[in-house]
Ligand binder design. Sequence first.
Ligand code: SF4
Length: 358
Amino acid sequence: MMLRRDTRPIYIGKVGIGGHMPISVQSMTNTKTTNIPATVEQIHRLTEAGCDIVRIAIPDMAAAQAVESLKNSVSVPLVADIHFDYRLAIAVLERGIDALRINPGNIGDPSGVRAVVTEAQKRRVPIRIGVNAGSLDKKLLAKYGGHPTPEAMVESALEHIKILEELDFFDIKISLKANDVPTTIRAYTLMSEQANYPLHLGITEAGTISSGVIKSAVGIGALLAQGIGDTIRVSLTGDPVEEVKVASEILKSLGLRQYGPTLVSCPTCGRCNINLVNIANQVEQKLRDIKKPIKVAVMGCVVNGPGEAREADIGIAGGTEYGLIFAKGEILKKVPEPQLLTELFSEIDKLATEGKGE
Ligand code: SF4
Protein backbone atom coordinates (compact mmCIF):
# COMPACT_ATOMS: atom_id res chain seq x y z
CA MET A 1 0.00 0.00 0.00
CA MET A 2 1.35 3.40 -0.99
CA LEU A 3 1.22 5.87 1.91
CA ARG A 4 -0.37 9.16 0.98
CA ARG A 5 0.29 12.50 2.59
CA ASP A 6 -2.66 13.72 4.62
CA THR A 7 -4.17 16.91 3.23
CA ARG A 8 -7.08 19.18 4.11
CA PRO A 9 -10.04 17.93 2.05
CA ILE A 10 -12.04 20.15 -0.28
CA TYR A 11 -14.99 19.42 -2.53
CA ILE A 12 -15.39 20.40 -6.15
CA GLY A 13 -19.07 19.72 -6.64
CA LYS A 14 -19.45 16.14 -5.40
CA VAL A 15 -15.82 15.20 -6.03
CA GLY A 16 -13.68 15.17 -2.90
CA ILE A 17 -10.02 16.10 -3.18
CA GLY A 18 -7.45 15.53 -0.47
CA GLY A 19 -7.80 13.74 2.84
CA HIS A 20 -7.72 10.13 1.78
CA MET A 21 -10.17 10.47 -1.05
CA PRO A 22 -9.33 8.79 -4.34
CA ILE A 23 -7.00 10.74 -6.60
CA SER A 24 -9.15 12.38 -9.23
CA VAL A 25 -8.43 13.01 -12.90
CA GLN A 26 -8.91 16.43 -14.44
CA SER A 27 -8.69 17.83 -17.91
CA MET A 28 -9.49 21.05 -19.71
CA THR A 29 -11.62 21.68 -22.76
CA ASN A 30 -9.96 23.23 -25.80
CA THR A 31 -13.16 24.39 -27.48
CA LYS A 32 -14.30 28.01 -27.32
CA THR A 33 -16.29 28.07 -24.07
CA THR A 34 -18.93 30.20 -25.79
CA ASN A 35 -19.51 27.42 -28.33
CA ILE A 36 -21.90 25.55 -26.07
CA PRO A 37 -22.66 22.51 -28.31
CA ALA A 38 -18.96 21.86 -29.02
CA THR A 39 -17.97 22.35 -25.38
CA VAL A 40 -20.77 20.12 -24.07
CA GLU A 41 -19.86 17.44 -26.59
CA GLN A 42 -16.20 17.56 -25.53
CA ILE A 43 -17.12 17.47 -21.83
CA HIS A 44 -19.23 14.35 -22.46
CA ARG A 45 -16.33 12.68 -24.26
CA LEU A 46 -14.03 13.58 -21.36
CA THR A 47 -16.36 12.15 -18.72
CA GLU A 48 -16.96 9.05 -20.82
CA ALA A 49 -13.17 8.54 -20.80
CA GLY A 50 -13.09 8.80 -16.98
CA CYS A 51 -12.53 12.50 -16.30
CA ASP A 52 -13.76 13.49 -12.81
CA ILE A 53 -13.47 17.29 -13.09
CA VAL A 54 -13.38 19.51 -16.19
CA ARG A 55 -11.80 22.96 -16.42
CA ILE A 56 -12.96 25.56 -18.90
CA ALA A 57 -11.26 28.78 -19.95
CA ILE A 58 -13.08 32.01 -19.05
CA PRO A 59 -11.26 34.70 -21.01
CA ASP A 60 -14.16 37.19 -21.12
CA MET A 61 -17.70 37.93 -19.94
CA ALA A 62 -19.30 36.02 -22.82
CA ALA A 63 -17.48 32.87 -21.68
CA ALA A 64 -18.53 33.55 -18.06
CA GLN A 65 -22.15 33.82 -19.18
CA ALA A 66 -21.87 30.49 -21.04
CA VAL A 67 -21.32 28.74 -17.68
CA GLU A 68 -25.05 28.80 -17.00
CA SER A 69 -25.89 26.75 -20.11
CA LEU A 70 -22.92 24.44 -19.56
CA LYS A 71 -23.96 23.75 -15.96
CA ASN A 72 -27.46 22.89 -17.20
CA SER A 73 -26.07 20.47 -19.78
CA VAL A 74 -23.43 18.46 -17.90
CA SER A 75 -23.22 16.86 -14.48
CA VAL A 76 -19.43 16.69 -14.04
CA PRO A 77 -18.02 19.47 -11.79
CA LEU A 78 -16.69 22.47 -13.72
CA VAL A 79 -13.73 24.68 -12.82
CA ALA A 80 -13.40 28.18 -14.28
CA ASP A 81 -9.91 29.18 -15.34
CA ILE A 82 -9.61 32.93 -14.81
CA HIS A 83 -6.71 35.32 -15.00
CA PHE A 84 -6.69 38.72 -13.30
CA ASP A 85 -10.31 39.83 -13.75
CA TYR A 86 -12.25 39.29 -10.51
CA ARG A 87 -15.53 40.27 -12.22
CA LEU A 88 -15.33 37.11 -14.30
CA ALA A 89 -14.92 35.10 -11.09
CA ILE A 90 -18.02 36.69 -9.58
CA ALA A 91 -19.97 36.08 -12.80
CA VAL A 92 -19.16 32.36 -12.89
CA LEU A 93 -19.85 31.95 -9.17
CA GLU A 94 -23.30 33.44 -9.72
CA ARG A 95 -23.84 30.89 -12.51
CA GLY A 96 -23.06 27.87 -10.36
CA ILE A 97 -19.41 27.11 -11.13
CA ASP A 98 -17.93 24.42 -8.87
CA ALA A 99 -14.41 25.80 -8.44
CA LEU A 100 -12.19 28.67 -9.48
CA ARG A 101 -8.64 28.72 -10.69
CA ILE A 102 -7.51 32.25 -9.96
CA ASN A 103 -4.46 33.66 -8.23
CA PRO A 104 -5.60 36.22 -5.67
CA GLY A 105 -2.27 38.05 -5.81
CA ASN A 106 -2.80 38.75 -9.51
CA ILE A 107 -6.23 40.37 -9.08
CA GLY A 108 -4.60 43.57 -7.86
CA ASP A 109 -7.60 45.34 -6.35
CA PRO A 110 -8.02 44.18 -2.69
CA SER A 111 -11.76 44.88 -2.79
CA GLY A 112 -11.98 42.59 -5.85
CA VAL A 113 -10.19 39.81 -3.96
CA ARG A 114 -12.54 40.26 -1.02
CA ALA A 115 -15.59 40.12 -3.28
CA VAL A 116 -14.44 36.86 -4.90
CA VAL A 117 -13.61 35.28 -1.55
CA THR A 118 -16.95 36.30 -0.01
CA GLU A 119 -18.93 34.88 -2.94
CA ALA A 120 -16.85 31.68 -3.03
CA GLN A 121 -17.18 31.23 0.74
CA LYS A 122 -20.94 31.66 0.59
CA ARG A 123 -21.15 28.79 -1.92
CA ARG A 124 -18.34 26.61 -0.47
CA VAL A 125 -16.55 26.88 -3.81
CA PRO A 126 -12.82 26.14 -3.58
CA ILE A 127 -10.06 28.15 -5.23
CA ARG A 128 -7.02 26.70 -6.91
CA ILE A 129 -3.89 28.77 -6.69
CA GLY A 130 -2.05 27.90 -9.87
CA VAL A 131 1.60 28.91 -9.94
CA ASN A 132 3.29 28.53 -13.32
CA ALA A 133 7.06 28.77 -13.64
CA GLY A 134 6.61 30.79 -16.82
CA SER A 135 4.61 33.59 -15.23
CA LEU A 136 6.27 34.28 -11.90
CA ASP A 137 6.27 37.78 -10.53
CA LYS A 138 9.32 39.83 -11.64
CA LYS A 139 10.31 40.69 -8.05
CA LEU A 140 10.36 37.04 -7.09
CA LEU A 141 12.34 36.12 -10.17
CA ALA A 142 14.93 38.79 -9.34
CA LYS A 143 15.19 37.47 -5.77
CA TYR A 144 15.99 33.98 -7.10
CA GLY A 145 18.62 35.01 -9.64
CA GLY A 146 16.25 35.61 -12.53
CA HIS A 147 15.13 31.98 -12.75
CA PRO A 148 11.84 30.32 -11.84
CA THR A 149 13.37 28.03 -9.24
CA PRO A 150 11.24 25.62 -7.21
CA GLU A 151 11.84 27.84 -4.17
CA ALA A 152 10.55 30.88 -6.07
CA MET A 153 7.45 28.95 -7.15
CA VAL A 154 6.71 27.86 -3.58
CA GLU A 155 7.21 31.40 -2.28
CA SER A 156 4.77 32.65 -4.89
CA ALA A 157 2.18 30.05 -3.83
CA LEU A 158 2.66 30.98 -0.16
CA GLU A 159 2.04 34.65 -0.97
CA HIS A 160 -1.26 33.80 -2.68
CA ILE A 161 -2.21 31.43 0.17
CA LYS A 162 -1.58 34.19 2.74
CA ILE A 163 -4.01 36.52 0.97
CA LEU A 164 -6.77 33.91 1.14
CA GLU A 165 -6.01 32.82 4.71
CA GLU A 166 -6.13 36.43 5.91
CA LEU A 167 -9.69 36.51 4.59
CA ASP A 168 -10.47 33.27 6.49
CA PHE A 169 -10.61 31.26 3.29
CA PHE A 170 -9.15 27.77 3.49
CA ASP A 171 -10.83 25.77 0.71
CA ILE A 172 -7.62 25.95 -1.24
CA LYS A 173 -5.87 23.70 -3.71
CA ILE A 174 -2.41 24.38 -5.09
CA SER A 175 -0.57 23.64 -8.30
CA LEU A 176 3.06 24.47 -9.09
CA LYS A 177 3.62 23.66 -12.72
CA ALA A 178 6.77 23.92 -14.76
CA ASN A 179 7.54 22.37 -18.09
CA ASP A 180 10.59 20.61 -16.79
CA VAL A 181 10.23 17.59 -14.60
CA PRO A 182 12.95 18.12 -11.92
CA THR A 183 11.71 21.67 -11.16
CA THR A 184 8.15 20.45 -10.86
CA ILE A 185 9.05 17.54 -8.58
CA ARG A 186 11.16 19.75 -6.32
CA ALA A 187 8.51 22.49 -6.15
CA TYR A 188 5.70 20.10 -5.15
CA THR A 189 7.95 18.30 -2.67
CA LEU A 190 8.90 21.60 -0.99
CA MET A 191 5.28 22.72 -0.99
CA SER A 192 4.12 19.50 0.63
CA GLU A 193 6.51 20.20 3.50
CA GLN A 194 5.13 23.68 4.08
CA ALA A 195 1.34 23.43 3.82
CA ASN A 196 -1.25 20.71 3.94
CA TYR A 197 -3.58 21.99 1.25
CA PRO A 198 -4.38 19.42 -1.43
CA LEU A 199 -2.06 19.45 -4.43
CA HIS A 200 -3.12 19.41 -8.07
CA LEU A 201 -0.26 17.79 -9.98
CA GLY A 202 0.75 18.47 -13.55
CA ILE A 203 3.61 19.19 -15.87
CA THR A 204 2.59 22.22 -17.86
CA GLU A 205 3.10 22.53 -21.60
CA ALA A 206 4.43 18.97 -21.56
CA GLY A 207 4.27 18.77 -25.34
CA THR A 208 2.66 16.53 -27.89
CA ILE A 209 1.52 13.01 -27.08
CA SER A 210 4.86 11.26 -27.59
CA SER A 211 6.98 13.51 -25.34
CA GLY A 212 4.19 14.80 -23.12
CA VAL A 213 3.11 11.36 -22.00
CA ILE A 214 6.61 10.53 -20.83
CA LYS A 215 7.22 13.82 -19.05
CA SER A 216 3.85 13.62 -17.33
CA ALA A 217 4.24 9.99 -16.35
CA VAL A 218 7.70 10.57 -14.90
CA GLY A 219 6.88 13.83 -13.11
CA ILE A 220 3.42 13.02 -11.82
CA GLY A 221 4.36 9.39 -11.19
CA ALA A 222 7.45 10.28 -9.15
CA LEU A 223 5.39 12.58 -6.91
CA LEU A 224 2.51 10.14 -6.49
CA ALA A 225 4.96 7.39 -5.63
CA GLN A 226 6.13 9.56 -2.69
CA GLY A 227 2.52 9.98 -1.56
CA ILE A 228 2.33 13.57 -2.86
CA GLY A 229 -0.67 14.70 -4.92
CA ASP A 230 -4.44 14.62 -4.62
CA THR A 231 -5.67 15.26 -8.15
CA ILE A 232 -3.86 15.16 -11.49
CA ARG A 233 -4.02 16.75 -14.90
CA VAL A 234 -1.91 15.58 -17.80
CA SER A 235 -1.36 18.42 -20.31
CA LEU A 236 -0.93 17.35 -23.92
CA THR A 237 -1.08 19.22 -27.19
CA GLY A 238 -3.98 17.39 -28.80
CA ASP A 239 -7.38 15.95 -27.98
CA PRO A 240 -7.91 16.35 -24.20
CA VAL A 241 -9.51 12.89 -24.10
CA GLU A 242 -5.97 11.55 -24.52
CA GLU A 243 -4.99 13.43 -21.33
CA VAL A 244 -7.63 11.54 -19.40
CA LYS A 245 -6.50 8.18 -20.78
CA VAL A 246 -2.89 8.90 -19.87
CA ALA A 247 -3.81 10.18 -16.40
CA SER A 248 -5.87 7.04 -15.78
CA GLU A 249 -2.96 4.85 -16.88
CA ILE A 250 -0.60 6.68 -14.49
CA LEU A 251 -2.96 6.06 -11.58
CA LYS A 252 -3.55 2.46 -12.65
CA SER A 253 0.16 1.76 -12.97
CA LEU A 254 0.72 2.85 -9.36
CA GLY A 255 -2.26 0.86 -8.12
CA LEU A 256 -3.95 4.09 -7.00
CA ARG A 257 -7.16 3.66 -8.96
CA GLN A 258 -8.86 1.10 -11.10
CA TYR A 259 -10.05 2.27 -14.48
CA GLY A 260 -11.28 -0.37 -16.87
CA PRO A 261 -9.12 -3.19 -18.20
CA THR A 262 -5.35 -3.56 -18.13
CA LEU A 263 -3.49 -5.06 -21.05
CA VAL A 264 -0.28 -6.97 -20.38
CA SER A 265 1.67 -7.82 -23.53
CA CYS A 266 5.16 -9.16 -23.92
CA PRO A 267 7.81 -7.38 -25.98
CA THR A 268 8.24 -10.56 -28.12
CA CYS A 269 11.55 -12.22 -28.78
CA GLY A 270 12.97 -15.00 -30.94
CA ARG A 271 10.58 -17.53 -29.35
CA CYS A 272 7.48 -15.81 -30.75
CA ASN A 273 5.92 -17.45 -33.83
CA ILE A 274 2.67 -15.49 -34.13
CA ASN A 275 1.89 -11.92 -35.22
CA LEU A 276 1.74 -10.72 -31.64
CA VAL A 277 1.93 -7.01 -32.41
CA ASN A 278 -1.22 -7.19 -34.51
CA ILE A 279 -3.01 -9.31 -31.89
CA ALA A 280 -2.02 -6.95 -29.06
CA ASN A 281 -3.26 -3.92 -31.04
CA GLN A 282 -6.59 -5.59 -31.75
CA VAL A 283 -7.01 -6.62 -28.13
CA GLU A 284 -6.19 -3.06 -27.02
CA GLN A 285 -8.88 -1.78 -29.39
CA LYS A 286 -11.39 -4.30 -28.05
CA LEU A 287 -10.68 -3.35 -24.42
CA ARG A 288 -11.47 0.32 -25.10
CA ASP A 289 -15.18 -0.47 -24.94
CA ILE A 290 -14.99 -2.37 -21.64
CA LYS A 291 -15.33 -0.68 -18.28
CA LYS A 292 -14.72 -3.66 -15.96
CA PRO A 293 -11.20 -3.75 -14.43
CA ILE A 294 -10.10 -7.06 -15.97
CA LYS A 295 -6.50 -7.91 -16.77
CA VAL A 296 -5.79 -9.43 -20.20
CA ALA A 297 -2.40 -10.84 -21.22
CA VAL A 298 -1.13 -11.27 -24.75
CA MET A 299 2.08 -13.32 -24.64
CA GLY A 300 4.24 -14.52 -27.46
CA CYS A 301 5.10 -18.07 -26.41
CA VAL A 302 3.92 -20.99 -24.38
CA VAL A 303 7.29 -21.36 -22.67
CA ASN A 304 6.99 -18.27 -20.52
CA GLY A 305 3.64 -16.72 -21.44
CA PRO A 306 1.10 -18.11 -18.99
CA GLY A 307 3.63 -18.17 -16.14
CA GLU A 308 4.71 -14.58 -16.71
CA ALA A 309 1.11 -13.44 -16.83
CA ARG A 310 -0.07 -15.41 -13.79
CA GLU A 311 -2.11 -12.46 -12.47
CA ALA A 312 -4.05 -12.00 -15.71
CA ASP A 313 -7.76 -12.89 -15.67
CA ILE A 314 -7.48 -14.16 -19.20
CA GLY A 315 -4.81 -14.35 -21.85
CA ILE A 316 -3.24 -16.04 -24.81
CA ALA A 317 0.20 -17.50 -25.36
CA GLY A 318 1.36 -18.10 -28.92
CA GLY A 319 2.69 -21.42 -30.21
CA THR A 320 3.46 -22.64 -33.74
CA GLU A 321 0.20 -22.69 -35.71
CA TYR A 322 -1.80 -22.72 -32.49
CA GLY A 323 -2.09 -20.77 -29.29
CA LEU A 324 -3.15 -21.37 -25.73
CA ILE A 325 -5.91 -19.56 -23.91
CA PHE A 326 -5.11 -19.32 -20.23
CA ALA A 327 -6.63 -17.82 -17.10
CA LYS A 328 -4.68 -16.89 -13.95
CA GLY A 329 -1.66 -18.78 -15.30
CA GLU A 330 -3.60 -22.03 -15.89
CA ILE A 331 -4.12 -23.31 -19.44
CA LEU A 332 -7.81 -23.51 -20.46
CA LYS A 333 -7.59 -24.66 -24.08
CA LYS A 334 -5.46 -25.02 -27.20
CA VAL A 335 -6.77 -23.15 -30.27
CA PRO A 336 -5.55 -23.02 -33.93
CA GLU A 337 -3.92 -19.64 -34.61
CA PRO A 338 -6.61 -18.33 -37.02
CA GLN A 339 -9.27 -18.72 -34.29
CA LEU A 340 -7.15 -17.43 -31.43
CA LEU A 341 -8.39 -13.85 -31.45
CA THR A 342 -12.08 -14.81 -31.84
CA GLU A 343 -11.80 -17.26 -28.94
CA LEU A 344 -10.00 -14.71 -26.78
CA PHE A 345 -12.62 -12.05 -27.56
CA SER A 346 -15.41 -14.41 -26.60
CA GLU A 347 -13.67 -15.16 -23.26
CA ILE A 348 -13.16 -11.42 -22.69
CA ASP A 349 -16.87 -10.81 -23.37
CA LYS A 350 -17.81 -13.52 -20.87
CA LEU A 351 -15.60 -11.95 -18.22
CA ALA A 352 -16.81 -8.44 -18.95
CA THR A 353 -20.46 -9.38 -18.57
CA GLU A 354 -20.00 -11.78 -15.64
CA GLY A 355 -22.13 -10.74 -12.68
CA LYS A 356 -24.25 -8.37 -14.77
CA GLY A 357 -28.01 -8.76 -14.38
CA GLU A 358 -27.67 -10.81 -11.16
FE1 SF4 B 1 9.70 -14.03 -25.59
FE2 SF4 B 1 7.80 -15.69 -24.82
FE3 SF4 B 1 8.66 -13.79 -23.11
FE4 SF4 B 1 7.21 -13.11 -25.22
S1 SF4 B 1 6.53 -14.39 -23.50
S2 SF4 B 1 9.11 -12.14 -24.56
S3 SF4 B 1 7.87 -14.57 -26.75
S4 SF4 B 1 9.83 -15.52 -23.91
